[in-house]
Design a binder for this molecule. Structure first.
Ligand code: HGY
Ligand code: MN
Ligand code: MN
Length: 408
């Protein structure tokens, strides 16, 4: 059996985490910024050292190709190396570097698989700077046009297209030109289930639906001391009341429903001025599409009602909207079989987070492997997974990739 080297994988994770390192042991490499470029350059350098043929597509996705005995579509693995601003060192990075560790082990064992193997990292999975999230893999899968993606701008008005050119990753390959035989993504769970249940491996059956909306509320700035409550048109009040509503709604709906008001900016943001503008985001998710639509409708209703009462204007902008995705059943079964074969405790589960795999399922049979997140923490510098769990997940990935790459 091909043996991956857990210590070497840890070394690679530490080296990549040093790029854009922030206090507390995490890293911040927002998509297409200088630190993302530095991270990309480091990983591309490792890919070249491993003898992979590098392909860069027009949205900056990078694919390292390892030739098989036969030509044809590769078995692909990968994830992302961009992070949120308070990123941990495993989210995304782990799946990419575990893929490279599999290649390293194959090279050392002088094994050439029947079909090619590819290791990819996709552009802007996080959607923290540019929306939507999973942007690179969405373009790759044909779900978003290049020009629309290029036109997305960050809060400073910089566009994806300009930033891709600036960092030198607007590549020549047409997105989606390499259509894999299968895609397997290894990722930390980022939630509490495996850790709480003391289960070593997650057999991921799909990804829940995601709804991201930005609201811009316009009221009237006024003096905090002289303006009676009956005369206020307080934009900040609508934002705050929506935050409270979203939490109560998620609690009341139960099941997998979650809701977050993650970004909020008030203007003029001064202690003694009633805000005349609030810009905030609502992130709603559910494994069931119909329930997600109910949540969206309830939030829209609440906002319309408070806007009328508070006499403020509201504009909304959909930043991302993806329905729940079910992974390929046969491939999910094979992930489970690999966990069994290694004697790992495992359980089937949905993914609460979005992943590039949910886009790749549009192109080919796709599945995901999870390893536990200590305390269920992620998008936090304290994100942690025990080395033995990281190694076990990488071994399952290695065994599955080789099985897929050697089949008829
Ligand atoms: O938001 C997400 O689920 C992912 O981290 N982009
Ligand atoms: Mn991720
Ligand atoms: Mn993430």
């Amino acid at each position: 059996m091909l043996k991956i080297d857990g210590n070497r994988l840890m070394g690679a994770l530490d080296a990549l985490a040093a790029v854009g390192a922030i206090d507390g042991g995490g890293c911040a490499r927002l998509a297409l910024g200088d630190d993302d470029k530095a991270g990309r350059d480091l990983v591309v350098g490792w890919m070249k050292t491993l003898g992979l043929e590098i392909r860069v597509d027009a949205i900056g996705n990078v694919i390292g190709l390892r030739a098989g005995r036969e030509a044809g579509p590769p078995v692909m693995t990968g994830s992302h190396i961009d992070t949120v601003r308070t990123g941990g060192r495993y989210d995304g990075n782990y799946g990419v570097l575990a893929g490279l560790e599999v290649v390293r082990a194959l090279n050392e064992a002088n094994i050439v698989t029947r079909h090619p193997i590819a290791v990819a990292f996709f552009t802007n999975e996080e959607g923290a700077r540019f929306q939507p999230d999973m942007m690179g893999s969405l373009v790759y899968a044909g779900g978003l046009g290049l020009n629309e993606a290029y036109a997305a701008t960050d809060r400073d008005g910089r566009s994806v297209g300009d930033e891709l050119r600036r960092i030198g990753y607007l590549g020549p390959m047409k997105p989606g030109a390499i259509r894999p035989r299968a895609f397997v993504e290894l990722h930390i769970e980022q939630g509490p289930i495996l850790d709480e249940e003391k289960v070593q491996l997650g057999v991921v059956e799909g990804v829940q639906g995601i709804s991201w909306t930005e609201y811009t509320v316009t009221g009237v700035s006024n003096h905090a001391g002289t303006t009676p409550m009956r005369l206020r048109r307080d934009a900040g009040y609508l934002a705050a009341s929506t935050n409270v509503f979203v939490r109560a709604l998620a609690r009341q709906m139960g099941g997998d429903q979650v809701g977050t008001v993650g970004a909020l900016a008030l203007r003029p943001n001064l202690i003694n001025v009633v805000p005349n503008q609030a810009v905030f985001t609502v992130d709603l998710r559910n494994t069931v599409e119909e329930r997600l639509q109910i949540a969206e409708a309830r939030v829209a209703e609440h906002i319309a009602q408070v806007a009328e009462e508070e006499r403020v204007a509201v504009e909304s902008r959909v930043l991302a909207r993806f329905e729940p995705v079910a992974f390929d059943k046969a491939l999910v079964d094979r992930v489970e079989a690999q966990a069994e074969a290694l004697g790992l405790s495992h359980r089937r589960m949905p993914s609460g987070a979005g992943h590039d795999a949910q886009m790749m399922q549009r192109l080919c049979p796709t599945a995901m492997i999870f390893v536990p997140s200590v305390g269920g923490l992620s998008h936090n510098v304290k994100e942690h997974t025990w080395p033995e769990d990281l190694a076990a997940g990488a071994q399952v990935l290695a065994n599955l990739l080789v099985e897929l790459a050697d089949e008829a």
